[in-house]
Design a protein around this ligand. Structure first.
Ligand code: ATP
Length: 347
């Protein structure tokens, strides 16, 4: 339904996006994720029509919109700062676009009420001034104002980034619920990986204007196609040369010319005196250096073969574990390996 075909975007002589190719499907919640400056907003703004690419085409529903005005693309956009009109009340904000389009009064009122319901704004809230609303409520007004125009695509550019951490968590669930209920194709921009993983059907991870990988949250996290994606998402331990050599002594087959990573939640520890079980895990002698207790899990730093590794433990652990000798268990299949070009090496 949305197709980027060999899109190139330049700012002066800087190539922000060299060659962007992507399909976003009907009804999908699709996210552009990546570090600051990777080109997320540029890609979104090209889709919205605020930027004209120097080559390539953007198509929506099979129609080439590369040179179409933003208002002619059937998109609704929610900005980081919401861009609401502070001097108008909530209903007037939502009705604004419909009034501009000179629709009949009855229809304007009916559609605004419906859009407000879709985002769970109450009748009482419709009469309030924007300044009387919380950040989360303002965000819903911004979404209602976009939905009331009945766009075929909703674009959201870091819509949660002005809110405090707790509210962000609440709102990402609400936002995802609104999207599923309305069923509208949504393209979302964020640099927050937790937000992207928890909300998206699929994600494109970008780096320097290039798509590193497109996939479901699970595919990206568990089967990262590139070293960049693996290290950008979540936490990783990079294995040192000595650790690689020792693991190979124990039967692992890790190429010394590749880089190898393991996620902290894929490591487990046992008391040093525990008998080796019949499982396939590799066993490394380790010392616990420090422990951070975080309630629902603990983070241990352990020293194994002269290099620190982070271990996330979800269950209870003995108190005062720092300083103890332990055995670190590691499954060969949990190691992510990448070649010199940063591409995943198949096991
Ligand atoms: P952020 O998360 O910081 O908003 P982003 O991933 O959205 O970053 P873009 O804003 O798309 O990144 O920028 C991509 C690259 O293009 C960056 O290197 C940025 O400095 C550059 N850039 C963006 N807008 C312009 C502009 N108007 N003129 C020149 N360079 C620009």
């Amino acid at each position: 339904m949305i197709k980027f075909d060999h899109i190139k975007v330049v700012y002066g002589d800087f190539v922000a996006i060299p060659d962007f190719n992507l399909d976003v499907h009907e009804g999908e919640f699709f996210t552009f994720l990546g570090p600051s400056g990777c080109g997320k907003s540029t890609a979104l703004r090209t889709l919205a029509g605020f930027i004209t690419p120097s080559s390539g085409t953007v198509a929506i529903d099979g129609k080439n919109v590369t040179h179409a005005h933003p208002s002619k693309r059937g998109i609704g956009m929610v900005f980081q700062n919401y861009a609401l009109f502070p001097s108008m009340n909530v209903r007037d904000n939502i009705e604004f676009g419909l009034k501009m389009a000179k629709l009949p009064k009855g229809e304007i009122s009916e559609r605004a009420t419906r859009a407000a319901r879709q985002v769970s704004l109450t009748d009482e809230q419709l009469g309030k001034q924007i300044s009387e609303l919380s950040g989360g409520q303002q965000q819903r007004v911004a979404i209602a104002r976009a939905l009331v125009m009945e766009p075929s695509i909703l674009l959201l550019d870091e819509p949660l980034s002005n809110l405090d951490a707790r509210l962000r968590k609440q709102l990402r669930i609400q936002l995802k619920d609104i999207q599923s209920e309305v069923g509208i194709t949504t393209v979302y921009v964020t640099h927050d990986q937790e937000e992207a993983l928890s909300m998206s059907d699929r994600i494109a991870v970008l780096d320097e204007g290039r798509i590193e990988q497109v996939g479901t949250p699970r595919e990206l996290y568990e089967e990262s196609a590139t070293e960049f994606v693996c290290t950008f998402l979540g936490q990783v331990n990079g294995l040192s040369e000595a650790q690689i050599a020792e693991l190979n002594n124990q039967g692992a087959r890790l190429s010394p010319s590749h880089t190898h990573y393991i996620r902290p939640e894929r490591l487990t520890i046992q008391p040093a005196e525990a008998q080796s079980s019949a499982g396939s895990a590799l066993r490394l002698p380790a010392t616990v250096v420090s422990e951070s207790y975080l309630g629902d899990h603990s983070v241990l730093e352990v020293n194994a073969l002269g290099a620190p590794l982070r271990v996330n433990v979800s269950g209870p652990i003995p108190q005062n574990i720092a300083g103890r000798e332990v055995t670190l268990l590691l499954e060969d299949s949990s190691i992510n390996s990448f070649d010199a070009d940063g591409r995943r090496v198949a096991k």
